[in-house]
Design a binder for this molecule. Structure first.
Ligand code: ATP
Ligand code: MG
Length: 532
């Protein structure tokens, strides 16, 4: 049975991504669209529109045509949106590459996507050139310039004629991100103009927008769909100002929020962890923040509450720390927590441990993976999602597409969730990461949440390790001690054991300096498995 969204459907404009997104700032051409959080340099909404037109013209003049793939390997800078929208306006498809990838991984994505041009920055040039050698890429553009390569300045000062490419938003791809590769090899996810236009439109009724007065901090990478849609495109479509930071550094992050009076932060759990626990947070004035939304990985309820309580102390306005949920295949958002006065009728609050409500135009199912039937009310099941944000499919991978996207348009997320009577969903864990112990399913995220409740634990990750003797998967915790804390393996096991049912006991502990996490804040369990 399909569970409908609690929100009425919204209309999705039949526009290309640049038409839709750039219209947001058209009435405020002189207001800053993008600001470099480190230098304070900025690009106005008016300049952005002009630069995008020039980049598109320059790409077309190079012979790039509708459907051609242009890859981008670049950290967050205020120029990234210029490049993305320029590529999109030319009718080409932007394939964003993870900045941390090795030359080998970059080459995989360039080959798999069939990219014709690679746009990068000079600090990444050696890696880019090494990758390109083994691929069909014709040209490498270096945004900040390098001998023998066109620069972004060359593109935005091009005198090539403007292009008008006919785009069919429902059919034509605008971006080809690769899923994180947390559970297997990354896959090219085909997203259309309509997918991205839809996702920004669907999120809009859940936000109490302060017209002309929203400043979004963009520290999560634009190369991940979360950064591209939620930080970049949503922020620009609001007519707001997107303040970019090239990497996460806590002090820089806090200073940027304070100095630029940031109103909205879309982050991942490690940042909320820092906001809740790090002493440095108290030295900054973060009172401009209206909401902090965490996504990309599970956020523990107590941690969210602790961060919110701490930030609210002494402030007149109350920041809300809450959660959203998504995946690359969903452009990425299917669920999020609305602003307090944007709750659907009859709902008074959203539990902090939940990922909020399904967006408008979004249907859900919770399906028992063993029977294929809908789970009983209040029971957990695999989350299936249907809506205009669902991807077209995986590139050149019909098998994976068929396994994930069924004939009726349901996207099988691979995540286990429950829904309460208010329509608030809680993601319990990933189907693939559940630890199977004596016939029980143990959710690593639940164990991690318990461990994080211990003040002597700064961070923790749990995986299942195969016990050769019994053949069972045993929950093993990797624990980072809090500064100055003395904590033994016994104490960790006792702490968790006294708070959890016997089958969820942690049966091995290893202390580590840092939990390995992806740039988007996901625990890299495959690295921990390799280590175990
Ligand atoms: P791959 O599919 O290549 O293995 P991935 O699934 O990690 O990688 P993404 O598309 O970046 O790649 O991540 C989507 C996943 O992130 C979801 O399927 C879900 O497991 C997780 N996720 C996102 N938001 C949340 C959240 N709020 N709570 C729990 N998990 C979340
Ligand atoms: Mg996935």
């Amino acid at each position: 049975m399909a569970l409908a969204s609690r929100y009425p459907d919204v209309e999705i404009p039949d526009l290309s991504v640049p038409e839709f997104v750039l219209a947001g700032g058209a009435s405020r051409p002189d207001a800053p669209a993008l600001v470099d959080g480190l230098t304070g340099d900025s690009i106005s909404h008016g300049q952005l529109a002009t630069y995008v037109d020039r980049v598109a013209a320059a790409l077309a003049a190079r012979g790039l045509r509708k459907g051609d793939v242009v890859a981008v390997l670049c950290p967050n800078t205020m120029w990234y949106p210029v490049v993305f929208h320029g590529i999109a306006r030319a009718g080409c498809v932007m394939s964003p590459i993870n900045s941390l990838y090795t030359a080998h991984e970059v080459a995989f994505q360039l080959k798999d996507s069939g990219a014709k041009v690679l746009v990068t920055v000079s600090p990444f040039l050696d890696r880019a050139l090494e990758a390109v050698e083994q691929t069909p890429v014709d040209e490498v553009v270096v945004m900040d310039g390098a001998e023998g390569h066109a620069s972004l300045l060359d593109l935005i000062t091009s005198d090539a004629p403007s292009v008008q490419v006919d785009i069919d938003p429902a059919e034509d791809l605008v971006t080809l991100p690769y899923s994180s590769g947390t559970t297997g090899l990354p896959k090219g996810v085909m997203l259309t103009h309509r997918n991205l236009v839809a996702n920004v439109s669907q999120s809009r009724p859940l936000v109490e927008l302060h017209e002309g007065d929203e400043r979004i901090i963009a520290v999560l990478p634009f190369f991940h769909i979360y950064g591209l849609t939620v930080l970049m495109n949503q922020g620009l479509q609001w007519g707001g100002t997107v303040v970019t930071l090239p990497r996460f550094d806590l002090e820089q992050f806090l200073r940027t929020i304070q100095d630029h009076k940031i109103t909205r932060a879309f982050v991942a759990p490690p940042i909320v962890l820092a906001l809740a626990k790090h002493p440095m947070v108290d030295q900054f004035d973060l009172s401009s923040l209206r909401s902090i939304t965490s996504g990309a990985a599970p956020l523990d309820e107590a941690l969210a509450q602790a961060a919110q309580d701490r930030l609210r102390k002494g402030a007149d306005a109350g920041v809300v720390v809450a959660q959203g949920y998504g995946m690359t295949e969903l452009s990425p958002v299917s669920h999020t927590t609305p602003d307090a006065n944007r709750l659907p009728a009859g709902v008074t609050s959203v539990p902090k441990g939940s990922v909020g409500l399904a967006l408008p135009n979004t249907e859900c199912r919770l399906v028992d993976p063993s029977t294929g039937q809908d789970a009983a009310a209040g029971e957990r099941g695999e989350l299936w999602v249907r809506g205009p944000q669902v991807m077209k499919g995986y590139l050149n991978n019909q098998k994976a597409t068929d396994e994930t996207l069924d004939a009726e348009g349901w996207l099988h997320t691979g995540d286990v969730a429950v829904v309460d009577e208010n329509g608030c969903y809680t993601v319990v864990d990933r189907v693939k990461e559940l630890i199977k112990y004596k016939g029980y399913q143990v959710a690593p995220a639940e164990l991690e949440a318990v461990l994080l409740g211990n003040p002597a634990i700064a961070d923790a990750a749990v995986i299942g390790v195969k016990d050769e003797e019994s053949g069972e998967e045993l929950p093993k915790a990797f624990v980072v001690r809090a500064p100055g804390a003395e904590l033994t393996e016994e104490e960790v096991m006792d702490y968790a054991g006294s708070r959890l049912a016997p089958h969820k006991k942690i049966r091995a502990v290893e202390f580590i300096d840092q939990v390995p996490k992806s740039a988007a804040g996901k625990i890299l369990r495959k690295d921990l498995k390799a280590r175990a």
